[in-house]
Design a protein around this ligand. Structure first.
Ligand SMILES: [Zn+2]
Length: 299
């Protein structure tokens, strides 16, 4: 009788022990998943490099007062790879496929035609060009292929970032659009003429972002001609630069380089210590959301 009682006790204890371990392991896995999602220690190398660059830039530049998000995306290569497959995705010149271009390249895509889309993500990385875009809302999207093309050239990736950061700081799209709006109210211009005016204004904003970017990079401690060399290699790595589409928003390659060189030779291109820098930045990362975000130090 005592033996039966003892066995029963041991069994209950075993079940209890097993339950505790099972519960504990589950809690641990859940905790690990949350930790991994937000841990900057486990970020992809590309994000670690972006963080390192922004920390360096912030030491001697004013990055404004808004939080800025950075996302590394599958990239523009997706448009060309998917568009040629006859899947009905990204087809047609005027149908730019933002959805696929902006996909997270660090996880497997699970949606429509997943196998083809995952293959396109790999190809875009291997065959794609350097590229990035700034959203006025405070987000910079960088094509993952940029990191492959500029591997080992931190200053060049910093140049891409500085260019986009200057678009955000200068509200480029808004300013170009405001100028166009003013003209449209004063004159009876056709839509085509106004589109032309906007493009022209945006080209001026591009030249402004180049000047701001070149100075931002130099002020951060990178060698003087880093920005210029980065622009040069961007075009060389892209290959075809004479088509109209290439020079639609930016000034053409020759004019663009000339404008940057002229600015670099001018008196305002000086590295000086500034008081209102944005360091130290506070960082947040979200693996599932595929973004890294910083808050500039409030002055
Ligand atoms: Zn630009």
């Amino acid at each position: 009788m005592i033996l039966v009682k003892l066995l029963k006790k041991i069994k209950i204890k075993k079940v209890l022990n097993f339950g505790t371990i099972f519960f504990g392991v589950n809690i641990f896995i859940l905790f690990l998943a949350f930790y991994r999602n937000e841990s900057q220690r486990f970020m992809p190398d590309e994000y670690k490099l972006v963080q390192k660059i922004f920390n360096k830039i912030s030491l001697n530049n004013d990055l404004g007062d808004r939080p800025i998000s950075i996302t590394i995306r599958a990239g523009e290569g997706m448009h060309y790879v998917l568009g040629g497959l006859g899947l009905g995705i990204c087809e047609g010149k005027d149908n730019f496929c933002h959805y696929y271009v902006n996909l997270n390249p660090f996880i497997r895509f699970m949606g429509f035609r997943a196998a083809d889309v995952n293959y396109a993500i790999r190809q875009s990385y291997l065959l794609g060009f350097p590229g990035a875009v700034a959203y006025p809302s405070g987000t910079i999207a960088i094509d993952r292929s940029t990191f492959r093309v500029f591997k080992g050239k931190e200053g060049f990736i910093a140049s891409v970032i500085a260019h986009e950061m200057n678009h955000i700081l200068g509200f480029s799209s808004f300013e170009a659009s405001l100028e166009t709006l003013k003209l449209s109210l004063d004159n009876n211009k056709s839509k085509k003429e106004l589109d032309g005016v906007y493009l022209n204004k945006f080209q001026l904003a591009e030249a402004e972002a180049d000047r701001g970017g070149a100075l931002m990079i130099y002020s951060s401690g990178y060698p003087k001609d880093t920005y210029l060399k980065a622009i040069e290699l961007t075009y060389k790595a892209t290959g075809i630069i004479h088509s109209e589409k290439q020079s639609e928003k930016h000034p053409d390659y020759i004019s663009r380089l000339k404008l940057i060189k002229e600015f670099m030779d001018g008196a305002s291109f000086k590295r000086k210590k500034i008081e209102n820098h944005s360091a130290p930045l506070s960082w947040e990362y979200n693996r599932n959301g595929n973004w890294l975000k910083f808050y500039p130090n409030s002055k």
